[in-house]
Write a protein that binds this ligand. Structure first.
Ligand SMILES: C[S@@+](CC[C@H](N)C(=O)[O-])C[C@H]1O[C@@H](n2cnc3c(N)ncnc32)[C@H](O)[C@@H]1O
Length: 249
């Protein structure tokens, strides 16, 4: 099979990946892809998100949030920021598929993609009290075997994806001598976001980018603001379709 870079179809390939992992072809209806998100709404009475279970999208991200990942990868590549990519909180693995596809589409040979998750869902907070995430019925569980199958169906399961299975508090302190250029933190709760920052942010290269998925969630936002205050981080936060991100100075 020809690599997307060899066909000159890298952009089209990445666009098709975005359409596939969101299941836009099935779920999109009349919504233009630019405005698309597979999550329909939050059901307050049942404390869970509504998505069509039959359609089984493999990411919850919107088109614009996926675009942000691509823009960050291209920026990191153009500026030669050293390090790998990581998502902490991967659910069914859609973002890992996109990150791996971006390596292929842009002929990036020297980087890997790390996939960190419990593969058993979001644990309840222990330190934080009153985080609404603890009321969610859906803990976003996706077992490792299922995630690997999802990635394999795109022909992208190979040794350039490193799995870090287990709860962050147990796994991330032992992730080793890694250096990251892009980290995407998507674990929803105060405790989980705090743990991913404590163990991963020191491994982010200067010039590297951190994306925080859940800027609309109070626990997540508070964990980030507390971490920044404790470490005197003043890099400008930008918000893009309810994801926050900044470049590490
Ligand atoms: C909302 S989902 C992530 C969505 C995903 N990024 C996507 O593309 O749709 C949150 C994920 O974070 C993981 N998670 C949350 N807290 C964790 C923790 N403390 N340790 C490991 N995984 C955790 C859950 O297992 C779940 O897969």
């Amino acid at each position: 099979m020809l690599a997307p870079t060899e066909t000159g179809m890298g952009d089209a390939y990445v666009d098709l990946i975005k359409r596939s992992i969101t299941n836009y072809g099935y779920l999109g209806g009349d919504v233009p892809f630019e405005n698309y998100r597979c999550v329909i709404h939050y059901e307050l009475t049942e404390a869970q998100w509504k998505i069509d279970p039959i359609a089984r999208p493999i990411t919850l991200l919107s088109k614009k949030q996926l675009d942000l990942i691509e823009q960050c990868v291209l920026s990191i590549e153009a500026r030669g920021v050293p390090g790998d990519f990581i998502e902490a909180g991967i659910w069914r693995g859609g973002v890992i598929i996109l990150m791996r596809a971006l390596l292929a589409a842009n002929n990036i040979k020297a980087r890997k993609v790390f996939a960190a998750d419990s593969f058993a869902g979001i644990p309840k907070n222990v330190r934080a009290k009153g985080d609404p995430v603890d009321q969610w019925r859906d803990r976003w569980i996706a077992p490792l075997d299922e995630v690997k199958q999802n990635i394999a169906r795109f022909g992208l399961l190979d040794d350039r994806i490193e799995f870090v299975p287990g709860f962050f508090a147990d796994t991330l302190p032992h992730i080793g001598d890694q250096k990251f250029a892009l980290m995407r933190l998507d674990s929803d709760s105060y405790d989980s976001v705090e743990e991913s920052l404590v163990y991963l942010y020191p491994l982010l290269s200067p010039g590297g980018i951190v994306i925080i998925d859940d800027w609309h969630l109070i626990g997540c936002k508070t964990a980030v603001m507390n971490y920044r205050a404790r470490h005197g981080i003043t890099d400008e936060i930008k918000v893009h379709d309810s994801n926050a991100y900044w470049i590490k100075s």
